[in-house]
Design a protein around this ligand. Sequence first.
Ligand code: T6T
Length: 355
Amino acid sequence: MHAGVDFAPAADGTPRGSTPVKVGDPKSWPTIKLERLAAGLALAFASQGAAAAEKLKIGFLPGVVDPFYQVMQLGVEAAAKDLGVDVVTQIPPTWGVDVQTPILDSMVARGDLKYLITAPTDKDQLVGPLKAAADAGIKVITVDTFLGDGDYVNGPVKFPISYIGSDNTEGGRIAARGLAKAIGGKGTVYINSTNPNVSSVEGREKGFKEAMTKDFPDVKVLGPDYNLDDPNKATQQTAAVLTREPNLAGVFGTNVFSAQGGGAAVVNAGLGGHVQVVAYDATKLAIELMDKGVVSLVLAQKPFDMGYMAVQFAAADAAGVTSLPRRVETGFAIIDKSNMKDPAVARFIYQVPGK
Ligand code: T6T
């Protein structure tokens, strides 16, 4: 007679489980000592506790406080919720290596982060500090900006898991084609940008100049000037060019604050609609300036996708996935007056809750 459940059919063929099973004399049952049971359960719960405590912990360190990274943070938090991951977020108040590096070092010093999702504020100067993080056992995923030349397979920098962001050189070419069209293919245009040696805006400048030189020989390109991510500086710099170049036909603002400042200078000079502005980044303000006829083209990046996928990559890597792409280009939504109200496009405008 064996204790426990027997699923072999009864002699008369009726299936087991439909008839009571003889389990014999309970005294003969192997007894599990309660305390052992309790210990076992405690262990089980403890391991569950430990498992819960061992929830994957990821650091998120973007470049600065702005609508682009605020939407990226929404993507990070949505994925963290979906995947049951803990995220520790630290946002530098201003853009720069001197601001971001100490925050990075303090995040590494915590000792509990397994992954770091970050937008390096300089493609060379952040290599050292991020390599130190990797050597400390924190796997790095770069979003929006990259280290070195962004080729983590064959390039000078290979330790990050992946780059997830826009193809900014192509973005620059799109901006050039849009501005050239808006000014009728001839005239002088000006680039206002944020900081040198930042892979994102550097790509935009390069792609813009490349396309203008190659496809629009009658367009002369001035700049870039660097506004250090300060919209007021962008306004001053653009106003100075508008004064120096009375026939200026167009302005390319390579990110949120460059376009904001450049657009404001055009409006302040009463040249809205005459001097065409192309804006990288789909902030509400850029769309409002488009509505007023100041901005003729807006390139919307996909920061939510960048944030969401970066967390997915971390969770996948932690789960043992070894075939994650080393580079993911998230694409653009190109917004102009003809489609700015179309929900399929407008959904890419950077909506920050409460803003
Ligand atoms: O344009 C984005 C981002 O792609 C760039 O790297 C820095 O500026 C923004 O965050 C917008 O301000």
